[in-house]
Design a protein around this ligand. Sequence first.
Ligand code: SAH
Length: 388
Amino acid sequence: MSSIPTELAAVASDSSTQVSLLGMNRQMLADWLRSQGEKPFRAQQLMQWVHQRGIIDYDQMTDLSKVLRAKLSQLAPVRLPEVKVDQVASDGTRKWLLEVDGHNAIEMVFIPETNRGTLCISSQVGCALACTFCMTAKQGFNRNLSSDEIIGQMWLAQHLLRQAGWGENPITNVVFMGMGEPLLNVNQVFPAAEILMDDWGYGLSKKRVTISTSGIVPAMDMVTERLDISLAVSLHAASNRLRDVLVPVNQKYPLAELMGACRRYLQRYPKRHVLFEYVMLDGVNDSISHAREVITLLQGISAKVNLIPFNPFPDTDYQTSPFERVLAFQQRLMKAGLQTNIRKTRGEDIDAACGQLAGDVSDRTKRKANYQQTIQFRRLDSQQGTRV
Ligand code: SAH
């Protein structure tokens, strides 16, 4: 496992300063224990108690000395996000609204399938990237999540799902596809990802933890160099002209650079593929000639493509592509030898679908009200034979 340079570690040099235990990876924890005059191998015991057994009460960690337990209670409190809303959709998808500090909220989603359970987690409160079809973008950027707030989501989901009778290991896959751009928060996302994949942590294989990025090229290279993990890229258009509009960060890191970073990742990990996400927007990026552009762009790249039906939200001008067009697009890519899946939309009745994760409770309430209003306008208009 690659280790994060110590300067990134949230390890206090002052031995009396509080640290947050949940977000420290193996190396950070061992360093911190050493700074406390403890044996670094205690890191293994601590990680297993917290991440595997789900125990955060130090008094229950019976194989640690009383002195160490007292020190941990004082210096390394475990802070967890607080559940504000907990919803289950008719298809079993479960969504939580979590408060991470006094007023900021993030969302996480659990998607159960026959052979796996995927947890979709957030890396930032809001997002700075302004992708035009994404609801989180409308909220703007608020702040980065810390590594303990990121791992706190995993800890909490595992805890709540175990309580709900989903067995010992309900979460088999984790995707950084919630709110935010994970690769604009690498200092916090990398240690969290390492804990997810650490045998002393959640023990997920690198095939089952995916970072999704809109294409922050220098940080993609950091992933390649430092973190052995699966990579997804939000492509959405295979020409700079269109991608500049849909994913504005393309103006900074255009397609040639993006594909360069994908190639370097695949050179480093030749047995892998990159997953390309492509949201299907009616009349915008969903024609056969767009499919041809995708085929040309991905030539020679070990790629899988995920077509995501657009999830509409209030005040958006985009619409979902008709299903036949999504199918035709898929067939065209498959004919060219590209493995292409159409992502099933899950948890629609609780707004848990892709790109619908919102942050702020009051904002959400407002948005819901606006939405109801929009729907009413639409109905009114369709009765009058016009469209908004
Ligand atoms: N910032 C990262 C991860 C968060 S978004 C990224 O861009 O990859 C996770 C995925 O949901 C991305 O592929 C994103 O483009 C997609 N998405 C966002 N809004 C959507 C919407 N309204 N409908 C469908 N997919 C959406």
